[in-house]
Structure formats: C-alpha cells, structure tokens
Write a new protein. Structure first.
Length: 275
C-alpha cells in the first residue's frame, strides 16, 4: 500500500473536526509510538492550544492467549499535527507532511460538503465551466503553497469512458441542479448488498453498519476514487443507510480487534430503491 493510501486512512472526521492520531503519525513517519507520545506530552505550547488540538484516549490491544492491555494514544487536529511535526526533518518527512496537509484539506472540503448545499467549489461538487459546457464532478482540490484552492481535478463520463482533467478553480462554477449524486450512493450500497453486508459489517450492534474502507476497496471492484466516494458517502441519507461518522475505532465482530470504520445508521440495504 502506498504512503498516500495510508494517509487517506489516517485522516478522519470526528465531532465536526478533521483529525489524525498519534498511531498513524508514528506509522507514517517511521517512529516508535512511545516516542511520538513523549513528543506530544513535551510540546512547548499553551494549555489552551493543547486542550483545543490534542485529546488523549485509551484503546484495548490483545497481547495473546486471551490477554489484553490498555494503550494510550492521542487524537489531534490539523493545527496540532503541524505543531507536532515541525521538527520532523528530511526529504521523506517533508513529502509526508505535504501529503498529510493536502489530505487534511480534502477532508475539510468533505466536511463542508456534508453540512449542506454550498455555493462554492468543494470536493464532490458538480461543476461546469463558467462559459457553460459539460457537467463535471470535482474529485480533488489542489492547493497552492499558501493553502488557497488553485485547481480542481474533475471527472466526467464520455459514453463508457471515465475522463479526468485539471481545471483552474477560477474557470469553474457550481452546477446547482444535481448537488447529491443519488445514483452513486445507490450503486455503492447495492454493491455492498451484492457482496454480502454480513462479510463487511464490523459492528456488533444491529442498528449500526461499520465499514472499513480499505477492506471495501479490496473486496469490491469498480468503485470510484476514494475522495469522490467519501464525499458522496458523507451525504448518505434515507433511503440509504444514514452517515454518522468516519474512521472510528470499532472492536470488530469479524476480526475481534480494533478496526477503523465508517459508521452508518442501519436501514435494510435490500429495501433501497432508486428514485
């Protein structure tokens, strides 16, 4: 799996904030987790900044023969992450920082998109050239060095072929007729149903569906790129399973260990109808 794939899984949305955690930071930067914890706890920042951008948690880890132990980790916001990794030097670390920050920005776009129908360019938006023309879907936002949106990667279908292009943000405008891709949601949940929800659902609760997206992409072929699918899934509402939260630690019914999952309020997938 590439570094980019790891980072896509490392950044998540929780309580309307975009976050990562110390376990993923340690993994991606090739550091021991105990050293990352020590670094966080020795940061020379104010109590107010620490409280707003870092939160300590405990997870249960199996250590064999039915035994388990509790392990501390930290969740952090984008600002907390940037403060933490300032001192991580070298070309590889610089590349990982850049990928991480880009992913934070993409997740922020997804969160903004999920909170309502907004009239500016965002991940998952349907757009067209200001001079009119075909309808595109935004699959990626490209930022300049100051963090401002510069270009958008857009996707569209020409007969059976999927096309991509990079277009300056200034040349695009929102196409307001079809903000929510209902067809895309229908296709996704139908694919889950056809594969077998019982093979993919990690939740131990009857009213919750918990899906691990790495497993989903390994199991189901032909899914759209992750940024586009994720932006769409965050808008999943009835008659589809209702989006609740993404990348939450779930003690898996399938694997008997902690797995990061997207959570949905359960609605019988077999009853989905395309309107």
């Amino acid at each position: 799996m590439t570094i980019l794939s790891h980072i896509n899984d490392a950044v998540f949305i929780q309580n309307q904030q975009v976050k990562t955690d110390s376990l993923k930071v340690a993994d991606l930067f090739g550091r021991q987790h105990k050293n990352v914890i020590q670094k966080i706890e020795s940061l020379d920042c104010s109590p107010e900044f620490t409280s707003a951008n870092f939160s300590a948690h405990v997870q249960t880890i199996e250590i064999g023969n039915g035994a388990a132990r509790e392990s501390k980790y930290y969740e952090m916001t984008k600002d907390g992450f940037i403060f933490l990794v300032m001192g991580f030097t070298g070309a590889t670390s610089a590349k990982i920082k850049e990928l991480y920050i880009n992913t934070f920005n993409q997740m922020a776009d997804m969160l903004y998109n999920a909170e309502g129908n907004h009239q500016h360019i965002h991940l998952g938006a349907t757009v067209q050239l200001k001079s009119s023309g075909p309808i595109y879907t935004v699959s990626k936002i490209i930022y300049d060095q100051k963090g401002y949106m510069q270009d958008a990667e857009v996707m569209w279908h020409d007969k059976s072929k999927l096309n991509r292009d990079i277009i300056p943000i200034a040349c695009l405008s929102i196409e307001t007729k079809s903000i929510l891709n209902h067809k895309g949601l229908y296709d996704f949940w139908l694919s889950v149903q056809n594969y077998g929800l019982e093979k993919l659902n990690h939740s131990r609760r009857a009213d919750i569906i918990a899906l691990n997206m790495t497993q989903i992409y390994n199991a189901i072929q032909g899914l759209p790129p992750k940024p586009l699918l994720f932006a769409n899934l965050m808008q999943s509402q009835s008659p589809h399973p209702v989006f609740m939260q993404n990348n939450v630690q779930v003690y898996s019914l399938l694997y008997a260990k902690n797995v990061k999952c997207w959570l949905f309020k359960s609605i019988a997938v077999r009853n989905i109808e395309l309107s």
